[in-house]
Design a protein around this ligand. Structure first.
Ligand code: ADP
Ligand SMILES: O=C(O)[C@@H](O)C(=O)COP(=O)(O)O
Length: 423
């Protein structure tokens, strides 16, 4: 029986959430996209549905999230988690707020909480302001994100234009009073009407207090780290019985490929590190892709020794990305790169790559869809929030890791490839 039904707004975010829940040893099942079949009798305690709605039009995002909620309800879930990015990636239109309000309406509830903090990756919320390492969000590299540039650090100001009900803050002084006092404060802030409450958290201890205070709420929203304590809280209070079924480790071949479509500061550093190791690499130029398609990339890939894990990347510095976007438009530039990397992933798999490393949230969504992956088991964690996932694609058993642009150490690509045993 499903205890918690989770909806994630992108694919990297979903593997992040599933990986953190799975740390507890409970069974977590990840669906990429809305499952076609109705829930069966074998639902996992934690079911995660990965959508690709972070930058979708609001109506599309809301419709898909509501369909996912309906599936999770039919799986037996009575509590739900809406997972968005730890850097609150969204625009004034949404989609964090509109999806939360649609879920609240469908669940018949008046309020929910918002806490994107992910301290292990340097995301902390203090007095309603989101920090990335030591920088306020709007001064961090997220200010230059190609699709959702974050130009304000204050979560209340970011959320207000996205919702119709009032936005409040339960700050760290209230979190410091412990779970019971915090819950009383949140309930008071929510009052009788509809309301949204941003909650501070600067470390995992704070997140445990917030999770403990809110664990029986019908809907919680936040980053993966807020959900992380829930399995142990549910095990402790008997909501969940111990169920430590783990994913079986598949035998994988030596072929691998690294596909990078993230333009984040961290991914730029990771690409530079991997290039420095001297393996085969191909840089994609979006302007060239727009004019000539990605046939040349497919030919290049076919000539590579996949045991050397070639890197194919569109990753570029912000000024280069901006120049491309000015020529092609933001959406078209993104779509062209995503389509090329998705096609290259399919070709790499068909050529024998059984370990596929993908960098970038939108990119991961495009690649996973093209590979026809519908369900994944969670394997070992390469870095906080980035597990290897095992799945089937086109008749092949593969391992896929979907790395958020900002996650992982500089050596992430080599770390990932070094972690799994190959035949
Ligand atoms: N050189 C480039 N020029 C323009 N757009 C790019 C370039 N490289 C990547 N992109 C696009 O930028 C977006 C990056 O988003 P995403 O994959 O979600 O990465 P992140 O995880 O860093 O947010 C994608 O749509 C991708 O196709
Ligand atoms: O919460 C996070 O930071 C991640 O799980 C996440 O959502 C990453 O999104 P991308 O940076 O777009 O990969």
């Amino acid at each position: 029986m499903t205890v918690l039904g989770c909806i994630a707004d992108d694919f990297t975010g979903a593997t992040d959430l599933a990986g953190l829940l799975a740390r507890s040893g409970v069974r977590v099942r990840l669906h990429t996209g809305l499952p076609e079949a109705a829930p069966g009798a074998d639902t996992a305690a934690f079911e995660v549905i990965a959508l690709k709605i972070r930058t979708a039009p609001v109506e599309v995002a809301v419709a898909e999230a509501r369909a996912a909620l309906d599936w999770l309800k039919r799986a037996g879930a009575t509590r739900f988690f809406w997972k968005y990015c730890s850097t609150f990636d969204s625009t004034a239109k949404g989609n964090i707020g509109p999806v939360a309000e649609a879920l609240m309406a469908d669940l018949g509830i008046g309020g929910t909480i918002y806490c994107p903090a992910f301290p292990e990756n340097g995301r902390r919320v203090f007095m309603g302001n989101l920090f990335v390492q030591q920088q306020p969000l709007a001064e961090s590299p997220m200010k230059d994100h190609p699709l959702t540039p974050m130009r304000d650090s204050n979560l209340m100001r970011l959320l207000e234009p996205q919702v119709t009900a009032p936005v409040h803050l339960a700050d760290r002084t209230q979190v410091a009073l412990g779970a019971a006092a915090l819950r009383a404060r949140i309930d008071a802030l929510m009052g009788e009407g509809r309301a949204h409450v941003v909650v501070d958290a600067v470390d995992n201890g704070d997140l445990r207090v917030v999770a403990e205070a809110c664990r029986d709420m019908v809907l919680m929203t936040g980053g993966s780290a807020l959900a992380m304590p829930l399995p142990s809280l549910y095990l402790a209070d008997g909501t969940l019985s111990a169920d430590a079924e783990k994913a079986a480790k598949p035998v994988l071949g030596r072929g691998a490929v690294v596909l990078s479509g993230s333009a984040s500061a961290m991914t730029n550093a990771q690409v530079a590190d991997y290039l420095g190791r001297g393996g085969p690499a191909l840089q994609l130029d979006p302007l060239d892709l727009a004019e000539n398609g990605h046939g040349a990339g497919l030919d290049w890939l076919a000539a590579q020794d996949l045991a050397r894990a070639p890197l194919i990347y569109a990753t570029a510095k912000p000024d280069r990305v901006r120049a491309v976007q000015e020529t092609l438009g933001v959406e078209k530039a993104g779509a062209i790169v995503e389509a090329a990397l998705a096609a290259l992933a399919v070709r790499a798999r068909d050529l024998g790559a059984s370990r596929i490393v993908v960098a970038g949230g939108e990119t991961s969504g495009a690649v996973t869809k093209a590979l026809g992956v519908t369900q994944m088991d969670i394997g070992p964690e390469i870095a906080p929030g980035v597990p290897w996932c095992f799945c089937r694609s086109g008749g092949y058993q593969i391992a896929l890791t979907l790395k958020s642009g900002n996650f992982g150490k500089v050596s992430f690509f080599a770390d990932a490839l070094g972690l799994l045993e190959v035949a």
